[in-house]
Design a protein around this ligand. Structure first.
Ligand SMILES: Nc1ncnc2c1ncn2[C@@H]1O[C@H](COP(=O)(O)OP(=O)(O)OP(=O)(O)O)[C@@H](O)[C@H]1O
Ligand SMILES: [Mg+2]
Length: 396
């Protein structure tokens, strides 16, 4: 077993880490650091057991760049492994490290007790993080619901970006449903002027007949099918949870990916969607009320016995200015954070322009983070197309 990997030139740090974790440790020198995350884990005695990689980047800029790059790729490929950075330049590197998916930045002088605590905390959080989908789950329709206890944390942004990203892989097979009945703004986020709305889809012929239903869907340039929210609050009041439930049931038989954007909290429509949900994306900002709300929401989901196959906790609009860290979030909610998306003004612009950032600015840090989530939810196929059964490797 080797749960912890340490990359460091310092024998002293290696000695302290060994005292902290015992023999569950593989130590590498920085020059042994391979380029790929799989290659790195393969250097451990038991690569599947690794939960924490602690990289001591010293003062060296080249090693720092390589480490941060590797941290991003580890985060994408092996979300169950947490990366920690040891550096004397913590303040300078904190933001870059966080963007790269690093869980915490430590001083290389940390004592044994502190090291033991931080390594254990990271390991526990890593153990609860969601690995990518199992191969067998991949070709059944997935229902991906984006929810949060608080408003304005980026649900619609994440849902629309996920949806166009998944539509890139499966243009005929992806549909986005706006279930924020009162204030849904999926149409605006995608710059769509819908001819029909959710109200039209859950009544009349469309509620009974797939062809009629499909003829009412709006199409985005990416190929994505869209069911925008209702036209007015009056129309919203008329829509029942049974209608929503029947619609989601129909959609999941017809589409490979059904993405559902929701209103804040766990209202009755969101609960109806959660009954069908295979993958739940829970979003919070780095603020105390949001994180506490998330803790309550997780507890409530457990109480209601709502256990989708995967839960992905996303910290959105992350910046360090509020004094809260991702580690604080993990300590509060008692599980790992699966993805950290930085705050960026480009997102606001993309929302205002109605063009999701993964399409408009694919190289931006926000887009890269969202791509990580997309690849965890979708397999990388080898050309099978929307109905293809060619199984590629999992895009974890
Ligand atoms: N990572 C980010 N960086 C900066 N701004 C962001 C980021 N994510 C979202 N935003 C902005 O925050 C605002 C709220 O986002 P969004 O509408 O997606 O939140 P929401 O959770 O759907 O809100 P509501 O609960 O009201 O539906 C938008 O203007 C959006 O552009
Ligand atoms: Mg919204």
């Amino acid at each position: 077993m080797s749960r912890v990997m340490l990359v460091s030139p310092s024998r002293d740090l290696a000695r302290r880490v060994r005292t902290a974790v015992g023999d569950d440790l593989t130590v590498l020198a920085p020059e042994q650091l391979p380029a790929g995350p799989g290659q790195l884990l393969a250097l451990a005695a038991d690569s599947d057991a690794v939960r924490v990689v602690l990289v001591d980047v010293g003062e060296d800029d080249v090693v720092t760049d390589r480490c941060l790059d590797l941290a991003t790729r580890l985060e994408q490929a092996f979300p169950q492994v947490g990366v920690l950075l040891a550096t004397t330049r913590g303040e300078e590197l904190a933001l870059r490290a966080m963007r790269a998916g690093v869980r915490d930045v430590l001083s290389p002088d940390l004592g044994v007790e502190d090291l033991r605590w931080v390594l254990r905390r990271t390991e526990e959080a890593s153990a609860t993080r969601t690995p990518g989908p199992r191969v067998d789950d991949v070709f059944t329709g997935r229902v991906i619901t984006v929810a949060s206890p608080k408003g304005g944390v980026g649900k619609t942004t994440i849902a629309t970006n996920l949806a166009v990203g998944l539509a890139g892989q499966s243009p005929q097979g992806t549909v986005l449903l706006d279930l924020d009945l009162q204030f849904g703004d999926v149409g605006a986020a995608l710059d769509l002027e819908p001819a029909s709305t959710l109200g039209d889809l859950v009544t009349g012929a469309a509620a009974r007949d797939v062809i009629a239903m499909k003829s009412l869907l709006s199409r985005h340039a990416s190929g994505l099918h869209v069911i925008p929210g209702v036209a007015s609050p009056v129309e919203a009041d008329r829509i029942t949870t049974a209608q929503v439930s029947a619609l989601v049931e129909l959609l999941k038989r017809e589409f490979r990916y059904v993405i559902i954007d929701t209103a804040p909290g766990l209202g009755e429509q969101t609960l109806a969607a959660l009954d069908h949900t295979t993958d739940l994306v829970l979003v919070t900002g780095l603020d105390v009320p949001g994180v506490r709300g998330l803790r309550k929401e997780l507890a409530l989901l457990d109480e209601l016995d709502l256990h989708p196959a995967t839960r992905h906790v996303v910290v959105n609009m992350a910046d360090t200015s509020g004094g809260l860290s991702v580690a604080d979030v993990e300590a509060t909610i008692g599980r790992g954070v699966d993805l950290v998306v930085p705050r960026s003004r480009k997102v606001v612009r993309s929302t205002n322009e109605g063009r999701p950032i993964v399409l408009g600015q694919p190289r931006d840090a926000v887009s890269k983070g969202l791509q990580t989530l997309i690849s965890r939810l979708a397999p990388v196929t080898d050309g099978g197309g929307p109905s293809g059964r060619h199984r590629g490797r999992l895009g974890r």
